[in-house]
Design a binder for this molecule. Structure first.
Ligand SMILES: Cc1cc2nc3c(=O)[nH]c(=O)nc-3n(C[C@H](O)[C@H](O)[C@H](O)COP(=O)(O)O)c2cc1C
Length: 350
């Protein structure tokens, strides 16, 4: 059914217009408590065998929505009601900004992929904080992903991230330092350990100072050389970070300028996950994103060492019930393997 609607209607409309309409519809749903609760009861993961605990936070299921869809924390509860185990909002910058000129979002339907060069369009940390304070109604785990304001020079990046973290860390179940989006000039340079160490040290101080000590993760690009993946992993261990999200979009493609996500990213994301697991074992929580399309992908990532898995492009092509369907199939998979819980599968093939 969704495939028909996608090919006959959605695919013919401007990708960003569809995106904004979807966010608006979900923001409306988030304000309808009865419907939201009903959907949550029907679609959200409830079986204890799907529960995972990471950095002290309890997730109802391992599959969450990756950053970039709910950039302004407008509809996280509605997303959770559709079956996602967590929602990573953002990327949010300390100051609001319009992002890059349109068009900046392109579908590659045959490849089940997307290219985007959105450029962190968002209303800024204060606006997101107001929305996050209002979140209530259904239980939802919310990660907050922060990035650098475009006009801030690289030399002042740490102060800019710290400003965003101060506002948002107290409202987040976990905080993510995003240094891997390709659409803010110079951002990915911050992945170099010499720049990343002071940045993560400063943000960690802010995260550690919240009443509940907010867990801190860093999100990396798939285009890092293997040695650089190792170097970031060592740094994360050294600084006592809680985890790594791998990966963001790739710039290794020959289409429109921007980051490529979806099916073509699958192999490299899995490769980076395996490398990280080999390096850090279970000392850090690994969150795998990139080309996750179905239950087989989720299962493969968990076996390879991911405690949590995220998807975005797979949802675009898979339809509104994508996450609910995958969690249902995952539960069957867990039982078929004679496991008591999905947690028992983490890292089994690593
Ligand atoms: C339209 C779009 C916007 C995105 N925006 C962000 C963002 O603001 N911050 C971020 O960390 N990742 C962003 N991402 C990357 C996703 O979070 C994810 O890491 C990547 O798309 C790989 O997962 P996927 O193949 O399931 O989409 C965006 C992805 C897409 C498709």
């Amino acid at each position: 059914m969704y495939r028909l609607v996608f090919s006959q209607v959605l695919q013919r409309l401007d990708a960003e217009a569809v995106h904004h309409s979807t966010v608006s519809a979900l923001a409306l749903l988030a304000r309808l408590p009865l419907l939201k609760r009903l959907l949550h009861r029907l679609l959200a993961p409830h079986d204890p065998a799907l529960r995972v605990t990471a950095f002290g936070v309890h997730f109802p299921g391992p599959l969450g929505l990756a950053a970039g869809f709910d950039k302004d924390a407008a509809c996280a509860e509605a997303v959770a009601a559709l079956g996602f185990g967590h929602v990573e909002v953002g990327t949010i910058t300390a100051h609001g900004q319009p992002g890059n000129p349109r068009p900046r979002l392109f579908r590659l339907v045959r490849q089940h992929a997307v290219i985007n060069r959105m450029g962190f369009n968002n209303a800024g940390a204060a606006a997101a904080a107001r929305r996050l304070r209002r979140t209530r109604g259904v239980p939802v785990v919310i990660g907050v992903n922060i990035g650098k304001t475009k006009v801030v020079p690289e030399s002042e990046a740490t102060a800019d991230y710290v400003a965003g973290a101060k506002v948002l860390a107290p409202l987040a179940d976990y905080l993510v330092v995003n240094v891997s989006s390709p659409n803010t000039p110079g951002l990915r340079n911050l992945q170099a350990v010499s720049l990343l160490r002071p940045l993560l040290t400063a943000v960690k101080q802010v995260a550690d100072a919240t009443p509940r000590r907010t867990p801190l993760l860093v999100k990396i690009a798939p285009d890092l050389a293997d040695e650089d993946v190792d170097a970031v992993a060592e740094l994360a261990l050294e600084l006592g970070l809680d985890g790594i999200i791998a990966t963001n979009t790739t710039i290794r493609h020959d289409g429109e300028t921007g980051g490529l996500s979806g099916r073509p990213l699958k192999a490299r994301s899995l490769e980076v996950l395996r490398r990280l697991r080999a390096k850090v074992g279970d000392r850090l929580t690994l969150v795998s994103a990139g080309g996750v399309e179905d239950v087989d992908d989720v299962w493969e990532r968990i076996l390879a060492g991911a405690t949590l898995v995220q998807g975005y492009t797979g949802w675009i092509y898979g339809g509104p019930l994508w996450a609910a369907r995958i969690h249902r199939q995952l539960l069957r998979r867990v039982r078929r393997h004679g496991l008591k819980s999905v947690t028992e599968a983490i890292g089994r093939t690593a």
